[in-house]
Design a protein around this ligand. Structure first.
Ligand code: VGL
Ligand code: ZN
Length: 207
């Protein structure tokens, strides 16, 4: 019997309307995820969790605009508005998110010099968060992914889950996207090529 874990990615104040890096309609996923999560025995929440001087922040790079791309030692990096500063209000999970049976809250992007969209591997593509081991040591072979943002942290998490050998499904209507210069279409193409499946809430929720 497959017993997929649900990965709820970055449903935080800063990614919702009024937040520092608001994803359009970001808060709309909250009631959907609240309905979805009880279908899963194992639930993981992730939080984007940056030091105040994180190198993904445009504010740390003189002469660089927000949403510009800069070449870093590990590859291209979009420069974001300051967001999800560790311990700050914007980094808090959305207050209406109601998933009390979640067993793990995983914080990522914690190292100043390297971003981490993925909940598995930082942007240097080497440093692990340990999530692969947490899942594997519990016998989990399949993950379902939802949350924010489809084209960044959800996509990178789904792609890395495939890299680590998990069966992966993204629940598309329980996600919302940033969509910067075609990033959403690119993300879906990459996920399809990697064998990430796409489902909708109605496929999962009991009728
Ligand atoms: C995210 C941009 C910067 C995300 C995190 O959660 O998708 N996007 N940091
Ligand atoms: Zn971030």
């Amino acid at each position: 019997m497959p017993d997929p874990a649900l990965l709820i990615v970055d449903v935080q104040r800063d990614f919702c309307p009024g937040g520092a890096l608001a994803v359009p309609g970001g808060d709309e996923v909250v009631p959907l995820i609240n309905a979805l999560a009880p279908q899963y025995r194992q639930v993981v929440l992730t939080q984007d969790w940056h030091p105040a001087d994180h190198s993904s922040f445009a504010s740390q790079h003189d002469g660089h605009a927000v949403f510009a791309t800069k070449q870093m030692h590990y590859g291209p990096q979009v420069l974001w508005p300051d967001h999800c500063v560790a311990g700050g209000d914007g980094a808090a999970l959305h207050p209406a998110l109601d998933v009390p049976h979640a067993q793990l809250i995983l914080r990522k992007g914690v190292h100043r010099a390297v971003d981490s969209y993925s909940a598995f591997l930082e942007a240097d593509r080497v440093t692990r968060t340990g999530l692969d081991g947490w899942l594997t040591s519990r016998g989990i072979t399949e993950v379902h992914v939802c949350g924010l943002a489809t084209d960044f942290c959800v996509a990178w998490t789904a792609l890395d889950a495939r890299r680590f050998g998990f069966d992966v499904t993204v629940i598309e209507d329980a996600c919302r996207a940033i969509d910067l210069d075609g990033s959403l279409a690119r993300a879906w193409d990459e996920m399809a090529a990697a064998g990430v499946r796409r489902a909708r809430l109605a496929d999962i929720l009991p009728t």
